[in-house]
Design a protein around this ligand. Structure first.
Ligand SMILES: [Zn+2]
Length: 304
């Protein structure tokens, strides 16, 4: 494969700031990941808080997630151009959350197909304004100006395969779990699975779909034989399915505790004040997201 080795061309985005390539790690042959900070979006990280990356075939490049701002996407694009000048054919989003999709516009000059779960278009449509307002408030105009929502040109409603040139990636839309639009991407050559936020490492898992559904999807995924897994947040791992155990334990605990509160006739307010968040040394950002998880679980489980 031809690898572009010349000096990286740095072109300024619309707001005139220099864009440097994201630091990427080659986790398997021609599979690159830029690990996001385990943090919330802020002016310092400019939304680079989720794992983003790309796979290079013999003909095309596929991008997987684009980060939390156009700035984040432009930096990812520079990282790709530092490795190859092959066409960026596909920009794939693992799910709707802003830290995974708001860099999409950075790739418009490449005229790629945008690929996502069939529910992604409606999910983003309903949340576009909220995501854009919140992103600008958190990141600030310098990193965020020009950020736009871009929805799939290829909606995925059943498993499909994309050919990158002597390299096939399989995309599987999942039932409602972390969200109602989670997509799993597997590079068949290296058995690298991009799980998006179906897998959290280090960062407390966040429920925005269905707790029961997520546990069901995990049961299905742990039977797969992946050589590498890329979580939505936290370090890439070779230890599948072991790496998913802490997340499963946390979700099961939330399920069990919330069920007990409901069975005992307690209110959501009781559950929120009494089901303590896990220690932050175990799960980062726990104080920020645990209460939201308890609320989501309560709303779901009280109708069981
Ligand atoms: Zn997410």
């Amino acid at each position: 494969m031809f690898v572009f080795c010349a000096l990286v061309m740095v072109r300024p985005p619309a707001h005139g700031e220099t864009v440097l390539p994201l630091k990427v790690a080659e986790i398997a042959q021609d599979v690159f990941v830029a690990q996001g900070a385990v943090a919330t979006a802020n002016p310092g990280n400019k939304g680079h808080i989720a794992n983003v990356g790309f796979i290079i075939g013999n003909k095309y490049v596929a991008v997987i997630d684009t980060g939390g701002s156009i700035h984040n996407g432009l930096r990812l694009r520079q990282a790709i151009r530092a490795k190859t000048d092959l066409p960026i054919r596909y920009v794939i989003n693992t799910h709707m959350h802003p830290d995974h999709v708001l860099g999409n516009a950075a790739f418009q000059p490449d005229q790629p197909d945008y690929v996502g779960h069939r529910n992604l278009t409606s999910a983003l449509g309903a949340r576009a304004e909220t995501y854009l307002k919140a992103g600008e408030a958190l990141i600030g105009k310098p990193g965020f100006a020009g950020t736009r929502i871009i929805t799939p040109t290829i909606p995925v409603s059943k498993a499909i395969e994309l050919d990158l040139g002597d390299r096939t990636i399989r995309l599987t839309p999942m039932k409602t779990a972390h969200t109602d639009n989670d997509l799993v991407i597997v590079d068949l050559q290296t058995r690298t699975a991009w799980l998006g936020d179906l897998l959290f490492v280090e960062h407390l898992p966040v429920i925005d779909g269905s707790l029961n559904g997520w546990l069901g999807v995990l049961e299905q995924l742990v039977t797969e034989r992946y050589a590498f897994v890329v979580p939505g947040h936290g370090k890439v791992s070779r230890h599948w399915p072991g790496i998913a155990e802490p997340q499963r334990d946390y979700l099961l605990q939330v399920q069990q505790k919330v069920r007990k509160f409901i069975a005992d006739g307690h209110t959501l307010a009781d559950a929120l004040s009494e089901i303590a968040p896990p220690d932050e040394t175990v799960w980062k950002l726990s104080p920020l997201f645990h209460r939201r998880n308890v609320s989501a679980a309560f709303a779901e489980l009280e109708w069981e």
